[in-house]
Design a protein around this ligand. Structure first.
Ligand SMILES: Nc1ncnc2c1ncn2[C@@H]1O[C@H](COP(=O)(O)OP(=O)(O)OP(=O)(O)O)[C@@H](O)[C@H]1O
Ligand SMILES: [Mg+2]
Length: 323
């Protein structure tokens, strides 16, 4: 097809290269060795622990919808009975509290927990009105992400995974400290990408980091499974993909080599929902963005579901006639 240009092909080849480097990276972190208080990933792989899973929502590129996805995904998990904590890792630029309508309830945040200025349970904000299974740990609005340390993050995740089935981490953009700390302890990573080349290239870079620099990668295949990575395509416009104005689903799966956990359509419903503090998944299932999020949550939990909302809406006779 028209978009599968040499640029795409070279990006695809690099993907393979990155994958082949898996497990052969350095095993040190800038923070030096940390005490592993989070139970070993192999215990999670073999169901030998009651600890929850750590799920990173990440992308590389900024503005692709990580926070939008984190809010709806976490709410979806909670509504299916999973005790879920969603953590805003975007220190200094917090937003998730607004997406969840909890901005007036933030007293303590993740930095207070890292600096041991409060107990972690004091910083958790429970979603009393919608889903009591959901809690938020907000990011700091004022402090810098330099406060993040591997040991500090591990301590927080160890405590959260003791009480929650799912700990969802909303990663900041980029591949610097914040994003790296968010992916380091992940058991699962949901890579969010928009149907455009720049987003795929950054996503590919993040996949490479997770493949080589996550804790699971550093422990190696003899000790545990690699991070389970899936692709979430966000802001998909089926008409534009059909007209070859944007990447199609197949282009993206070929480029990134990941299984698709969901395709969320471009939707005018998302922004008003964010502004109201009610994630789009709270709308009825026949609203495309909401239905697509419900399907994505079900797929993540192991259900097989056909993709919906990925073909252009049929144009009615009258619309064709009168525009
Ligand atoms: N499916 C969608 N349809 C339409 N707009 C969307 C969709 N998903 C996200 N958006 C819009 O995209 C913008 C960026 O979303 P969001 O803040 O979730 O991205 P992000 O990846 O978390 O950004 P950052 O990298 O800055 O943290 C917002 O204006 C949001 O409303
Ligand atoms: Mg964000």
């Amino acid at each position: 097809m028209m978009i599968a240009s040499p640029r795409l092909l070279s990006l695809g080849n690099r993907s393979l290269l990155v994958r082949s480097c898996r497990y052969f990276s350095s095993t040190t972190t800038s923070d030096g060795p940390s005490s592993f208080v989070l139970s070993h990933p192999s215990t999670v792989d073999h169901g030998q622990t009651s600890r929850g899973r750590v799920i990173a929502i990440t992308s590389g590129k900024g503005g692709v919808g990580k926070t939008t996805v984190s809010a709806s995904f976490a709410l979806g998990l909670a509504s299916r009975g999973k005790k879920t904590c969603v953590v805003d890792f975007d220190i200094g630029l917090r937003n998730l509290d607004i997406h969840l309508g909890m901005e007036r309830r933030v007293v303590f945040d993740m930095v207070h927990c890292l600096m041991e200025e409060c107990q972690i349970h004091q910083a958790l904000i429970k979603d009393k009105k919608r889903e009591p299974n959901l809690s938020l740990l907000a990011a700091s609005q004022t402090r810098d992400k330099e406060v993040l340390t591997v040991a500090g993050v591990e301590r927080i995740l160890a405590e959260l995974t003791n009480s929650f089935d799912c700990v969802v981490l909303d990663s900041p953009a980029g591949i610097e400290s914040g994003a790296r700390h968010a992916m380091f302890f992940a058991d699962d990573a949901i890579i969010v990408a928009n149907p455009e080349l720049s987003s795929c290239r950054d996503a590919d870079k993040m996949v490479g980091f997770i493949d080589s620099k996550s804790r699971r990668a550093e422990l190696g295949p003899d000790e545990c499974l690699p991070v389970s990575m899936t692709l979430l395509i966000n802001r998909y416009d089926a008409e534009r993909a059909q007209a070859e104005e944007s990447l199609a689903i197949n282009d993206m799966t070929e480029l990134l080599g990941l299984p698709v956990v969901g395709v969320i359509p471009e939707s005018r419903d998302v922004l008003p929902c964010t502004n109201l503090g009610n994630p789009v998944i709270t709308l009825p299932d026949n609203v495309p963005a909401s239905g697509a999020f419900h399907d994505m949550v079900d797929r993540f939990l192991g259900e097989e579901k056909e993709l919906r909302f990925t073909t252009p809406e049929p144009v009615s006779f009258f619309k064709k006639l009168f525009g």
